[in-house]
Design a protein around this ligand. Structure first.
Ligand SMILES: Cc1ncc(COP(=O)(O)O)c(C=O)c1O
Length: 410
């Protein structure tokens, strides 16, 4: 266990000194000022992103002026009606999509349902298998299973690395997570999407743990459909609405399983027969949840002028540095990282297996280091590059080491 660096340019300096140097050189460091934070080390932005400072004032205006004074007029005059597509177009560059393909609304779970059913309807006749990430966040699996029962498909659970071998002439749809919520493993979206297409299937990606943390490249890699939440790295607020991406080439044939009135070509005609709107609007269902939606819209201002590849570079540097500090401060064998060391396989979180994870995380939170726990034994630390710095990473590792040492002594 050494608390100084052996290698240049930081030879002989402590981890705290290296952290200070890295923070000084960090061009994204100034963005932290845009958020409401305190001296807690907040490493749970992969569950709930921090509050951008300007959002309360914007929400106050929405409530008092747009709702309180303009009332019904705001659907038109305040742009409420078109908010789902407008905000979708704000998210689009963050996930590598051209405008007109993303619509915001409903929860991720509901969008998983829309995407899986719609993808199975887009798939060629005779294909009856839906492959689902066997390590998936549970909601995706539950919903895909129900969607399969409704549409006469068969669910095939497959670990992402085994997907190429499981593909075949029966594959209709493959539903995968870009980053594993538990381990932080980043899956090969370009390679797996290409493999799914080569087998004649459609690829649906869940971007909850990647959007806002790393480049996704939806258009570049030819993804068919995608969904994601906005309350993690996009900082939209608790329960902020999710989004649905339908690649432009699929929009005309996109057949929503939830064809609500707001996705109708002429919603105010109030006709009994359903005629779908063109474009991303087709993914809408009912009345949008305007307060949450406009909080999300305001929160996206923090991305103005931010390059996602710079965010990715900082995210990797942060997680590397945190792992280095943990390796230096914590006796060997006490913790095991379940997050891949290879950059190409790592998202923006570090997950450490720890026998007594539950009391350890409780003690960390009491000392102002907020991560979270995935039962039974995984400590999760999310690194949001817009507001987490290198000194935060060093402090978290140091306090973690202290907590572990005290548990041994006790
Ligand atoms: C990968 C993934 N998918 C889906 C969800 C659930 O989405 P929601 O609760 O917004 O429906 C989460 C929530 O954390 C998630 O991490």
């Amino acid at each position: 266990m050494s608390e100084t660096f052996a290698d240049p340019p930081f030879a002989g300096t402590s981890f705290a000194e290296k952290a200070a140097a890295l923070d000084t050189a960090d061009e994204l460091g100034k963005l932290r000022e845009l958020f409401t934070l305190d001296d807690t080390v907040y490493l749970d932005g992969n569950s709930l992103g921090a509050l951008p400072r300007h959002v309360p004032a914007r929400l106050q205006e929405v409530v008092t002026r747009e709702w309180g004074e303009l009332r019904i007029r705001s659907w038109d005059e305040s742009g409420w009606w078109t908010a789902p597509e407008r905000i979708g177009d704000r998210i689009a560059p963050l996930v590598g999509a051209a405008a007109g393909q993303i619509v915001v609304g409903d929860s991720t779970s509901v969008n998983v349902f829309k995407a899986v059913v719609a993808a199975s309807r887009l798939a060629a006749d005779g294909r009856d298998e839906i492959l689902v990430d066997a390590t998936t966040f549970p909601t995706d699996g539950y919903i895909a299973e129900s969607a399969a029962r409704m549409t006469g498909h068969r669910i095939v659970p497959v670990a992402p690395a085994d997907v190429p071998a499981a593909l075949g002439p029966r594959t209709a749809v493959v539903l995968l997570n870009h980053v594993d919520f538990r381990t932080g493993r980043l899956h090969d979206l370009p390679g797996l999407t290409a493999a799914v297409h080569a087998a004649g299937g459609l690829a649906v990606w869940d971007l909850c743990h990647s959007a806002g943390a790393l480049p996704v490249g939806l258009d570049e890699h030819g993804v068919d459909l995608a969904i994601g939440c906005t309350y993690k790295y996009l900082n939209g607020g608790p329960g902020s609405p999710a989004y649905l991406y339908v690649a432009e080439r699929h929009q005309a044939a996109f057949d929503s399983p939830l064809p609500g009135w707001t996705s109708h070509a002429d919603p105010f005609a109030m006709t009994l027969g359903y005629a779908p709107a063109e474009g991303s609007v087709r993914g809408r269902v009912g009345t949008p949840d305007i307060l949450s939606m406009l909080a999300l819209e305001a929160s996206l201002d923090v991305w103005d002028g931010v390059d996602v590849s710079a965010v990715r570079a900082k995210s990797l540097a942060l997680t590397d540095f945190f792992l280095e500090c943990v390796a230096a401060y914590v006796p060997e064998g006490r913790l095991t990282s379940v997050t891949p060391a290879a950059h190409a396989e790592r998202g923006s979180q570090v997950a450490l297996r720890c026998e007594d994870a539950e009391p350890v995380m409780r003690a960390l939170i009491e000392r102002g280091v907020v991560g979270d726990l995935r039962r039974p034994d995984v400590l999760r630390f999310g690194f949001t590059p817009l507001y987490v710095g290198f000194a935060d990473a060093e402090r978290a590792a140091r306090i973690l080491a202290d907590v572990l040492a005290e548990r041994v002594q006790a």
